[in-house]
Every structure is written in structure tokens, then in C-alpha cells.
Design a protein. Structure first.
Length: 273
């Protein structure tokens, strides 16, 4: 398939290189300041060349620029306009006049070589008009179609799993450091702990990967945790505990009485401090 890019940052270059490997052709790259650099990185395409020779135009701009950029380009009705954002539905490209779709590789793109190498193991979530699956299959990873109307919930789920894991590690690291653990040791210890937890999820799945006091119904220990924490962290702990109790129930490691006691502790009006 003949392709063109509008914008071509880290994600655009990674998928572009993979598409070239799969036999697609990059005809042009449009970008205000980086078109020539993107073409050099891809090894194909005309900097700021025409878009009308492409069957699909890939909008690889930052999320917050998609709406305004879509207003700048008029495409043919038989062309496919595709963006790579997880945050927006394909319909944001409707002003182009083309058929619209989105293709979101569920991976953070930083290092170009690593991103290209990891794409075959990356889940590719698509929605919108037909033709986007063909592009997704060219990247090598599993392809999953989602509902256009549910794109925001999809992206919220991805943010919880990826972005807020980083936040939780930061909070845990601050707690480690508050009791005298050196910063480097706190960082490495928690990275290894989280790596092991993710490995357990991959190996045995959910709910079996859940460990810790909630999984075994250790009400007394959780009460001690809550008593030791400051109020903002205590509130977060309660929310996480409340979300964990159903997983612990599904795993089968807690009794009905233990679950009820844990729910009382998770309730922000419960007595635990």
C-alpha cells in the first residue's frame, strides 16, 4: 500500500520502518520542521510532498494537535486517514473528507530501534473504516478491533495500567525513603518487586497472581498499614484495597467474614486510623 505521513515523530517512524519491512511504500512526509529528518530516518518518501498519491495518510502528530491538523488537509473520499492516538476516536479526522480509522500500538515509544524490534509483540488496537486492519497486520502484532464510541474508556484503562503504575512506584519509593532506605536502593528494590508482580500476572494470570495481605485476608496487618500512613496516602490505600477485595474473593483466599472486615477498612468512614 502507498502511504504518506502527516507528522512523523517517534511512533510514526517506528511504524513507518515496520511498514516498509512489510512491503508498503512511503510516498511523502508532511511536517512543519522535521519532514526531511523523518524521510532520512525512514529511507523513503519526499519531504513535504503530495498526499494524493497515497492510499492511506497516517496522521502521526501529538494528540492535542490532531483536531487542528485535520482541519488543514483535504483528502479524497476514497483515501483512508489513520491516526495513531489512543486518546481520540477516528472521527476526529472527519474534516479531511476521507474515510477515517485509528491504529494505536499499545506501547510507549522512546528508543526507535527498540520500538521497531518490539512492535511484533505489541497489541494493536484499531477502530474505524475498513482497511486499517491491513495496516495493523503489517506491524506484526496481535490486532484487536474496538468500538469507536468506547475509545476514551479504552485509553483510560491503558493509562491506569501504564502511567499510574509509575505513580504508585513513586509513592512507594517516597515511603521507603521516609524510613531511611537510600534512594537508589528504594528505586531498584521496587522495580524488581513490580517486575516480579508483572511476571506473575503473565505466568499465572488473574486472580491467581494477587499476593499480599488482602489476598490472604490479613485484616490486622492492613489495619496497621492504615494507622501508619498519613491521610492522603491512607485514602489512596483504602481505594486500592476496595478494588482489590473482589480479586481476593475470586482467588478464594479469604472468607466471607474477612472480606466484610476488609470492606469496612476500605470504606473511608470505617475506623482504621
Amino acid at each position: 500500500m502507498r502511504l504518506a505521513f502527516v507528522g512523523c515523530g517517534a511512533a510514526g517512524r517506528a511504524v513507518g520502518l515496520k511498514w516498509i519491512e512489510a512491503g508498503h511504500t512511503i510516498r511523502s512526509v508532511r511536517a512543519r520542521t522535521t519532514a526531511a529528518a523523518a524521510v532520512r530516518a525512514l529511507g523513503q518518501g519526499e519531504p513535504n510532498g503530495p498526499l494524493d498519491t497515497a492510499a492511506a495518510v497516517i496522521f502521526a502528530t501529538p494528540d492535542d494537535a490532531l483536531a487542528s491538523v485535520a482541519e488543514e488537509y483535504t483528502l479524497r473520499a476514497d483515501q483512508l486517514a489513520v491516526h495513531l492516538s489512543g486518546a481520540h476516536a477516528s472521527t476526529i479526522l472527519a474534516p479531511t473528507g476521507a474515510r477515517t480509522a485509528s491504529l494505536h500500538p499499545l506501547r510507549a515509544f522512546a528508543d526507535l530501534e527498540a520500538s521497531v524490534r518490539e512492535l511484533p509483540d505489541t497489541y494493536l488496537f484499531v477502530e474505524g473504516d475498513e482497511g486499517v486492519e491491513e495496516l495493523a497486520r503489517g506491524l506484526g502484532g496481535p490486532v484487536v478491533r474496538i468500538d469507536t464510541d468506547q475509545k476514551t474508556i479504552y485509553h483510560a484503562a491503558a493509562a491506569i495500567a501504564s502511567n499510574y503504575t509509575v505513580t504508585l512506584i513513586q509513592i512507594a519509593r517516597d515511603l521507603f525513603e521516609s524510613v531511611g532506605v537510600p534512594p537508589d536502593d528504594a528505586h531498584q528494590a521496587l522495580v524488581e518487586l513490580v517486575r516480579g508482580s508483572v511476571a506473575n500476572v503473565a505466568a499465572v494470570g488473574l486472580p491467581d497472581a494477587l499476593t499480599g495481605p488482602a489476598a490472604r485476608g490479613d485484616v490486622a496487618l492492613i489495619r496497621r498499614h492504615l494507622a501508619a500512613l498519613d491521610e492522603p496516602t491512607r485514602a489512596l490505600y483504602r481505594h486500592l484495597l476496595g478494588a482489590t477485595i473482589p480479586i481476593a474473593r475470586d482467588k478464594g483466599g479469604i472468607s466471607a467474614d474477612e472480606a466484610a472486615q476488609l470492606e469496612e477498612l476500605a470504606d473511608e468512614t470505617g475506623g482504621s486510623s
